[in-house]
Ligand binder design. Structure first.
Ligand code: FES
Length: 92
């Protein structure tokens, strides 16, 4: 018998924007931010080459942030990020 996998939703806290986003487990971090109206001033089209989408990322209940390329991250846990205003174009 085939079963349809259940969709699992997680949350992403975006600082300093004070946003809480809901996303489908496994979704790309940059795409989650883009869908909320936050766009990086990138030049590589999300290929991981320019480094302009690098932001601090941590699990929701941890304080040890890591600098990661958001275009290369698939989110599998509740998380939080620090997105410096000077790195992005915001379109709320
Ligand atoms: S968008 Fe260029 S490295 Fe992520």
């Amino acid at each position: 018998m085939n079963t349809i996998p259940k969709k699992e939703y997680l949350t992403l806290a975006v600082h300093p924007w004070e946003l809480k986003l809901r996303y489908l487990k496994g979704k790309n971090l940059m795409r989650v931010l883009n869908e909320a109206g936050i766009y990086f001033k990138y030049s590589c089209g999300g290929d991981g080459a320019c480094g302009r989408c690098k932001i601090e990322v941590a699990e929701q209940d941890r304080e040890n942030y890591q600098e990661l390329l958001s275009c290369k991250i698939s989110l599998i846990k509740n998380a939080k990020v620090k997105v410096p205003p000077q790195k992005v174009v915001v379109d709320f």
